[in-house]
Design a protein around this ligand. Structure first.
Ligand code: ZN
Length: 142
């Protein structure tokens, strides 16, 4: 079986000279979020072992950096900021990370909302939808 490609969000290191981190909002195997080291310059990508907590046997996946279309840059930037500020493993972080990937995979907010509705995890789906509403309303009021 060929490892699938997953969209990953690159998070900056907590301190200088420490590694960047890839955030995989939803693992294709266990549907939980995973993180992987991306090196001190944030360029180390490629194939990874998934390290699923449920111990399922799988070929891992290939990390691909999520890139955001121009129309989504501001919303995605805010979501990334929220993800970086949230506690690792928290629902806020998963939701914000999930949004960044959604925004990178769609060209319109309507498209992003449509894709969001298909997320199998109800708690992350709801939190991400609330977050997207919050961010887009912040933009309208500014
Ligand atoms: Zn997994």
């Amino acid at each position: 079986m060929t490892p699938p490609t997953v969209l990953a969000v690159l998070s900056p290191p907590p301190r200088r000279q420490t590694a960047w981190t890839w955030l995989i909002p939803e693992c294709p195997y266990c549907h939980k979020s995973h993180t992987h080291g991306a090196g001190v310059d944030g360029t180390v990508d490629g194939h990874r072992v998934s390290h699923c907590a449920d111990g399922n046997d799988n070929p891992g996946y290939v990390i691909r950096k999520a890139s955001t279309p121009p129309g989504h840059q501001e919303v995605a930037q805010r979501a990334r900021q929220i993800a970086d500020e949230a506690v690792t493993g928290s629902l806020d972080r998963k939701a914000a990370g999930c949004l960044v990937v959604l925004l990178a995979s769609t060209r319109t907010l309507t498209g992003a909302r449509k894709l969001l509705a298909e997320i199998p995890l109800a708690d992350v789906r709801q939190a991400a939808a609330d977050l997207l509403d919050q961010i887009t309303h912040e933009g309208e009021n500014a």
